[in-house]
Every structure is written in C-alpha cells, then in structure tokens.
Design a protein around this ligand. Structure first.
Ligand code: FCB
Length: 803
C-alpha cells in the first residue's frame, strides 16, 4: 500500500486531485420502456410481474422513464457537476433472447446516451450486467448453466464493439453475491429460486462470466476493467462501536467464515485465482464442486484495473453454538447474525461509516495491485417533498460521514480513485419496488418530475471543492428557525409537534422559516417539546466484557432490557466501556445530550463509571447494585436473601459442614451472595469454609477440588453461580462422592443447565428478565420527572435432586 498525501487546503478536507465524483444507476431500475425497441423480457420482468414477488406488485415497466428522458437526465447530471456516470446496459435490449445478433434500437439508445454524456463532459462508466438476465437464458438454466457465462462474453463483445471507441471504463458483473444468493439461494430476487447448491453454481458461473468478459474487453483494448462487488466488513457486535476490540477465538472463526462467504468467495478467485478453503469445504457439503472445471480459476483471475466497491452496511456476527445456518449464508451453522444498535436507514441497514474506512484499508493491504473505486454508497430515507425542496438532511449526513471515512482511508494509504453515489434517481429498488428512495434526485413517479434533493445540492458543492468542509455540515437548528421566524423556541417546537395552541398566523410564519432553512424535524427535533432524544444508552461496563458475553444470564439480561426499551419506543445504543478510553467515550456521549438516560450494566465494585455518570447529571439506573460509594439507583435481585435461603435449606436438610464457592471478590453480586451464606451460618455457629471461583464451570471444579482437600468431611456446598455448581458436581462424582447422600449442593441463578445437571441442581432462581424490565421502568420514570428510587426483587429457591 503506498501512502498518498492529500493536501489539506484551508478549510477543505481535500481529496486527491484526479479523484472521480459521480453517481450510479442500473438499467432495469430506471429505464422503463420495457417493450420499446424490440427489448426482450428479462428475469426481472418475469419476477416483478409474478404476484407477491415485489412490494405492492411494483414493476420496472415505466420506472423513471429514463429511456425517453435520458437527455434531460444528462443535462441535470451536468448541472450537478458530476464527473462520471455509471449506468448498466440492459442485455435484453441488445440481445432479446440472450444470444444472436444485436438489435439496432437497443445499441442505438446507449450510443446516444454515451454521446450525450461526453458532450456534457461526463465520463461514462459502463456496467455490463446489473441483474437483468434475458429470460430466454433463464429458461435454459440461467446462471446455474455454464453456457450463460459464454453468452455473456458474446454480449460483452457486441457492446464493446459499439461503444468501445468512446467508453474507457468497463464493469463486468455487478454484485455476483446478490445475484446468486438472493436470486438462486433464497429467491427474494429474480429468478426467485431457492437452493444453496444452485447459488454456489450461479456464483461460480457469474465469476466465470466476469473472467471471460474481462478477457474480451482486454483483447479489444479497453483501458480500465473492473469487477463490482458488494463488500461488507464483517465484525462482532462489540467491534461496531470499538473496531479495536479483539474478539474471542470462536467469534473470530465466525467472522472469518462469513467474510469468506460474502467477500473472499469473489475477491480471491478474481484477484488471486483461488477459492478460500472454507468456501470450498462448504460448497463440497452443499452439492459438490464439479461445476468448477480445470482452468476456470485462471480464466476468472484476469488482470483488472479497478475493484468496484458497493458499501452500504457491515455484517455483524458472533459465535452461537446451536444456531442453525442463515439461509443466505449456507454453512453458517453456529453463527448468530445480530443487529447493531447503530442508527439505521429506511432499509433497516445500520449506518456504520467506519465500516467503509476499514474495508478500503483492508482491500488496499490484501489486494494492493488493484485500484479502488466506490461504485455505490448511499441510503434510503423516507423523504418528504416540501414545495420544491426535499430536505434530506439524513442522506447528506450519511454521505458526509462516509466520505470522511473514505478520506481517512486514503490518508492511511488506500488507493481510492473515486466515489459514485447510489443513486442518481429514486428508482425501482428491486423487491422493495418504488417504496425505498435512494436518489439524490427525487422522482415523482406520477409525473416523472425530477427534483434535486438537498443532498444533491450539497454533493455539487463537494464536487466543486473536490472535498468536504473541515467543519461538518450543520443541520439547521431549532434556534435558527426561531430566530428567522422571530418567535420563541417553544413556539417552533409546538408548531412542529402539531400542537393546536399556536395561531394560524404564527404557524405560517414558522413553517415559512422551516422551509427556507431546510429545517428537518427529525426524531430528536420532534421531541423538542420535551427536549428528548428518545434514545437510551445501554452501557456494559467492567473489565471482562468478553467473559460476560458468553454468560447466558448476562445476555438474557441485556436482551430483556433492550426489548423493554424498544417496546417503550426508545432507540437503544449499546456501548461497551471496558477500558479507560471506553469509559471516557461513554461519559462524553452521555454528557453531550445524545441520550435521555443510561442503563448501566456494571459488574465490579471498583468500577468508576457509575460515579462519573452521576456527575453528568443524566438519569442513570444500574442493573445490579453498584458500589456503595455511589448514589446511583438500581434494580437488583435479592442476592443476600437468596444465598441465605439456599444455606438455610442445606441446614434444614441436616448438613453441618457447608462450604461456599464464591464468585470474584470484586463483583458486588459475589460479595452479597457470600454475605448471605455467612449470615445464615452465623446464627448456627457453624464455621464457614470458602473457595473462590470466577463463575465459570472450570473454576467451580477447581474450587471443589480445593475444598475437598481442605475439608474432606464437608457435607454440603453452596455455589454462588450455577455453572460453578455444575463444575463442582463433576468433581464430586469423580471423587466418588454421592450427591446428595454424601454431599448436597445448591447453586444460584437457575440457568437452564441447572435442571439438566445430574443430579438436577437445587438453586436460587434469579428473575433476571424482571430485573432488566424493572431497571428500564425506573429509568423511564426518572426521565419523566418521577422519583429516583431503587428496587430489589425477591428470589426463590428451586429444590431439585442435588439437596
Ligand atoms: C445494490 C444494488 C443496487 C441498489 C442498491 C441499493 O445492492 O447494486 O442496484 O439496489 O443495492
């Protein structure tokens, strides 16, 4: 990777001098004119006309009618200052049945489009295949048929023969993963087939088509050849907010397996001439690899000049033994695909701009020979037309943050040559139909009127300056609206919130200012009457987040808290604070008003975070009692009472030498359970015998060995955690002790495994989910101005065979 220095001129975050700025579209998504000029049907015509396949039965029959309006569209691109335009050629317009002679009208359309672009000084980037396979080829097996790859090579030759004198940059296949997996693997895209084996065959043949097409283009003298992939950084939930987090070995394996399936299954054959071993192993299992013929990988591994990157969102996974495979990722058994707590677009895709810098940096390191081009990046939001403006501040913020991420990658040496927004126009978003709008230009599908959104106007400035302002684009504030309208903040918020208490006259003045300034009443703004963000941070603190992530109770607690918050209409931001830097980040985040309150999951009595958060003045409720020194309210379970319940039960069974296996001494919970044990014994005069574990099964086993060594005559054990109790049970049986006859044993928590233990474990049931819900309720009450208080939930003893 070579380091590129980019000059930081004045106030601008500058991109390299020859950086390409543009926009992208695809034929079926915008052209319409589905039956004009002898165009044949494609798989997307068939699919979208099949009832139930696309949202509201939308089809691409008319789309943006770009086929007839291309000249106006190019004029608009010029006005926006685009340097490049990536479009795709509809194969069935050129060869209606996928093979044979070209149709003059079809080629003529692209011929005129290219001329129009060049006349406007816009560089045409041509994608040869963006998913609209001629139906006739699908009828012969589509991409599961090897022959389709050869037909693609013929089609490539025809198009290059006609446009190659004016088009220098060629992209063979767009997103083979999506084409193969969504189309043939799970059937939510055309042609709607659902078979893992077929998806792998289709992937291979799409790669083969790329290789054959690239060879044709190279032989014909094309100057820049690219393959466009949907690439996604794969990460664990923890890495979303902390990219430096080192995952456990199991999580790393999960990340690697998914990375192989979604990224390296395509990158490695195309750029290295081989499939990653985990992919081959999965293919073998799913239907064999006999579709990979000798010489294929050499064909696929053609030299390419550019790698086209379509980045939207990361893929978040972690190891979860027993989890069935995700159908879109055959071979992904034991992996959980989890959501993130990042904000999302209207597609529900998490917005993680740092994913783009990670991706670019990684690609430049791993595949240094190829230049990088972002061929798609963008977001759907529910846009609102206000007069002749669309104030899509969310989209602008999306692009801005992703461009900052791209800039950061260039600064570390990534060879990024350009950036194309997805998309120029609102268009037919495949299975989502017209309901999801990705354009920087709004399209009224009734009238076909084009209206550049605010993001387009902002992008024009970025292009003009070849960079971004160092200062982030500021959303117009409520204060600015109030100042412009000459009214108070509260009047503005009342108007925005639709309250009937403002006169029509003032309402009109406020709305005028809102429109003039492009003020967007986003969710934060809507809640300005109450000054709320409607977001809550769920902060996991402590030094052993890794260990806790494996703890079933811990995840159940976090899950219940999240569910309860979401059900109350709150957005949840999960944050990890397991280092000083992490704690500082949480503290600053909370202090700067991003959230209305914090639910804190903190394990250690010495954790400084509760005190630090208390100083910010933001409402906080701790899940579990924090250290005595802080006043933070909490929802806890009765650890002391539960432990003493268990020990009194052992006493009632006639046991006299009752040992305890305690949890880590710095954990508040462990201290309390130990206190409960001691209190119960104190009244009887029996002495305490204690060994310490760390809540794991292995530590329970070790502690048990030690206890047997220290006091071979002990007749009962109270373990402050079920896993430790189960570990102890194993050692007892190894040592020939009968449970409960020789030694009775009781645990704490009542995890699922307690009832399966042999013999089944007597334990203290901790109502974890109730505890999480109680914490959330306490917090919400506090935010609503209610009293600040804590709660301790009772525990109960579940008596089974071990006592
Ligand atoms: C990509 C496609 C593109 C568009 C965006 C949102 O996967 O290449 O056509 O649909 O997603």
């Amino acid at each position: 990777m070579t380091a590129t220095t980019i000059s930081a001129k004045g106030e601008t975050l500058a991109f390299p001098p020859d950086f390409v700025w543009g926009a992208a579209t695809a034929a079926y998504q915008i052209e319409g004119a589905a039956r004009d000029g002898g165009r044949g049907p494609s798989i997307w015509d068939t699919f979208s006309h099949t009832p139930g396949r696309t949202a509201d039965g939308h089809t691409g029959d008319v789309a943006c009618d770009h086929y007839h309006r291309y000249a106006d569209d190019v004029r608009m691109m010029a006005e926006l200052g685009l340097g490049a335009y990536r479009f795709s050629v509809a194969w069935p317009r050129i060869q209606p049945s996928g093979s044979g002679p070209a149709v003059a009208a079809g080629l003529g359309f692209y011929d005129r489009l290219v001329d129009e672009l060049l006349a406007a000084d816009i560089t045409p980037y041509v994608t040869l295949y963006h998913w609209d396979l001629p139906q006739a080829l699908e009828d012969r097996g589509g991409w599961t048929n090897r022959d389709t790859a050869y037909r693609f090579a013929d089609f490539t030759r025809i198009v290059h023969d006609r446009l190659g004198d004016r088009v220098g940059t060629w992209m063979t296949i767009n997103e083979p993963w999506v084409s193969a997996v969504l189309g043939y693997g799970i059937g939510i895209h055309a042609p709607g087939r659902a078979s893992a084996a077929e998806a792998f065959r289709a992937s291979h043949h799409l790669l083969l088509a790329h290789g054959l097409g690239a060879r044709v283009l190279r032989d014909a003298g094309a100057s820049e050849i690219a393959l466009t992939l949907n690439l996604t950084p794969v990460m664990t939930p923890g890495q979303v907010s902390d990219p430096d987090l080192v995952p456990s070995a199991e999580d790393s394996e999960a990340v690697n397996r998914i990375d192989c399936l979604i990224n390296r299954q395509f990158l490695d054959p195309a750029l290295r001439g081989k499939y990653p071993d985990p992919v081959l192993a999965i293919m073998e299992r799913m239907g064999g690899i006999d579709h990979i013929r000798d010489g294929d990988l050499e064909t696929i591994n053609q030299p390419v000049d550019l790698l086209g990157i379509n980045y939207y969102t990361p893929c978040v996974v972690r190891s979860e033994p027993g989890e069935p495979a995700n159908a879109a990722y055959p071979g992904s058994e034991d992996i959980l695909f989890s959501g993130t707590h990042a904000p999302t677009t209207a597609m529900g895709w998490a917005i993680v701009p740092t994913g783009l810098s990670q991706l670019l940096t990684r690609l430049s390191c791993d595949y240094p020979e190829v230049g990088l081009l972002v061929t798609e990046n963008g977001a759907a939001f529910d846009d609102v037309v206000a007069g002749d403006r669309v104030h899509d501040a969310d989209r602008t913020a999306f692009f801005e943050s992703h461009l900052r991420a791209a800039h950061a990658a260039i600064e570390t040496g990534a060879d990024l040559r350009g950036f194309l927004v997805w998309s120029l126009l609102d268009n037919f978003e495949w299975a989502e139909g017209y309901n999801k709008r990705f354009g920087i230009v709004h399209v009224d599908f009734e009238t076909q009127r084009r209206l550049p959104k605010d993001s387009a106007l902002w992008y024009r400035e970025v292009i003009r300056h070849n960079g971004l302002h160092r200062e982030r684009a500021r959303r117009p504030t409520l204060e600015a609206v109030a100042a412009r309208a000459g009214v108070s903040r509260s009047t503005v918020s009342r108007v925005i919130n639709g309250e009937g208490t403002v006169s029509d006259e003032f309402r009109a003045i406020v709305m005028h200012a809102v429109n003039e300034l492009g003020y967007v009443p986003n969710s934060a703004a809507r809640s300005l009457v109450t000054r709320r963000t409607d977001s809550i941070a769920l902060v996991v603190s402590g030094s052993s987040t890794e260990a806790r992530a494996d703890d079933p109770l811990f995840s159940a607690t976090v899950r219940s808290a999240t569910r309860e918050l979401e059900e109350s209409g709150k957005r949840v931001t999960l944050m990890l604070a397991d280092s000083a830097a992490g704690r500082l980040r949480v503290e600053q985040y909370a202090a700067s008003g991003h959230v209305d309150g914090v639910v804190l999951v903190s394990a250690h009595g010495t954790d400084p975070l509760p005190a630090a958060l208390a100083r910010t003045g933001i409402p906080v409720v701790s899940l579990g009692r924090p250290a005595v020194a802080t006043q933070t309210p909490y929802a806890d379970i009765d650890n002391v009472g539960g432990a003493s319940l268990a020990v009194r039960h052992l006493l009632a069974r006639g046991r006299r030498r009752i040992a305890a296996i305690s949890g880590p001494p710095d954990a508040v919970t462990a201290q309390e359970r130990l206190r409960g044990y001691r209190e119960a014994l104190r009244d009887t005069g029996h002495r305490s015998i204690i060994a310490v574990g760390d809540l794991t099964l292995a530590s329970g086993a070790d502690a048990m060995r030690q206890l047997l060594h220290d006091d071979p005559a002990l007749d009962a054990v109270f373990a402050a955690g079920d896993l430790m109790a189960i570990g102890a049970l194993r050692v007892l049986s190894e040592s020939g002790r009968r449970v409960p006859d020789d030694v009775a044993i009781a645990g704490f928590d009542d995890i699922e495994a307690a009832s399966y233990a042999v013999p089944a474990l007597t334990t203290v049931r901790a109502p974890r989910e109730d505890q999480a819900r109680a914490a959330v309720r306490l917090l919400l009450r506090q935010i609503d101005g209610g009293p600040v208080s804590s709660t301790i939930l009772p525990t109960e003893l579940v008596i089974r065979e071990s006592t």
